[in-house]
Design a protein around this ligand. Sequence first.
Ligand SMILES: [Ca+2]
Ligand SMILES: [Ca+2]
Length: 532
Amino acid sequence: MTSKILRVLLVFLLIFAIVGCTSDKQGPQETYKNIDDTVTHGQNYDGSFSREGIQEVTFENGVFYQIFVYNFRDSTGDGVGDLGGIIESLDYIESLGVNGIWLTPITHGASYHKYDVVDYYAVDPEFGTMEDFETLISEAHKRGIKVIIDLVINHTSDRHPWFKAAASDPNSKFRDYYIWAAHDEPRPGSGWRHLSGTTWFYLAHFWERMPDLNFDNPAVREEVKRIAKFWLDKGVDGFRLDAAKHLYSDPAKNHQFWNEFYQYLRTLKEDVYLVGEIWDSPEVIAPYFANGLNANFNFQIGGRVASSINSGVDNLGKELDRIYKLYREHNPDFIDAPFLSNHDTRRIMSEFDYDFEKMKMAANVLLSLPGDPYIFAGEEIGMISNDNHMDIREPFKWYKDTGPGQTTWRPNAFNSTEKWSPSVEEQDKDPNSLLNHFRKMVNLRNSHYPLRYGNDFQLVENNNLTVLSFIREYQGERVLVVHNFYSQPQTITVTVEGTFTNFKGTKSGANFTQRGNEITITIPPLSSMFIY
Ligand SMILES: [Ca+2]
Ligand SMILES: [Ca+2]
């Protein structure tokens, strides 16, 4: 399998070598080809990445790839994704140029998604063994790819031994691990479930099969720290924190806990990386940046990118400016984690009426933003879905039809139809595919420090409703980013400090001229420019 992927990559590199030669004749300002020149398929990203000139950063920013383990790649032939499958896929993952992977829960869980944990210290038997996990960590690290795993501590499965003991015996020492109300006691808020055969109710915010843990109990807080230490000792680089705002109903207590948790983890691993799922407005998210969570997902961006692309009007720039300023007030080192879609949201390609050009534009925007952008596996080939969780999580499409490693845990009702059947197999061979566009854009980001590092974002006024322009700056180096959301070419004039001499554009026909502090930019329809 590995040698086959390498062969494909070799062919692919040859194609680019040819395109690269052609572009020289057309001059350095030819556009798409400038980007092709930077494509090295992760080769500048194997751990030997140059850190020359880079001062201390709290966490090395990079692009993350989210893998929903059950649907990704099967190494055992049972049709279910597993750790061996991810190990087999590392060549592919590396070819995307990403800096890290986020694995949805790999601990033993009761259902396919594994967000209902029954054993925090074991790899789920469907996914493999602890040895497999250790191999995955070391193989990923060899390639300079960080690994973070979902840490699900707001709740357990109702089949977790703690809950079984707590439910069957009110005098159990585990009773107070959960949150109880007698039938005649108040049950504030929502999520209370009746424990059948008793007069008791327990809190289970998301689902009756996932009872909430009681974080007022110091023993629970100690258990959770022990679990995190166990996985850090296994070599994970950090955690994606599921339901991070739900531990307590009081935000102040959540902030206090995450601070305590982070300070503890830092004693074990100084650069531990935590990314919080605070599924809420920027106002609610912001204080978490000052309270233990160095990164948090941005739930505003996917929808605003889609609406900008579909309406042709920039609906993003002012909101980003507002959000980043807010976050900066709470923590100047905030790491925003933008994403277009994830395993809980309708796949972003579904917003674009099968139009790959629009999806490429969404990738351009995502990969130009500060922080750690997350790509949800399948997004890079344009998989679609509806809003249903299981449909969002359809088997990842390696092949046009089928082949080794393909998961089959449910049919591809959305992504193996006559109308829509994207696959890695086909897109890998096509230099103009969405997949290869993602690779180019990740590499472009990685090769320009102002795009990759820091969280600087300076909105640049341009008097054109359809064009978003901003500067990203890092240690004195600057990139002027320009996105045209409209289906027609646009010309804008902006006023900036300093001299810009070169650019990369995602479509041919782009150009710019500078006179003093004025830059006049011509940008093709639905395309992006990076001027530096
Ligand atoms: Ca399997
Ligand atoms: Ca809770």
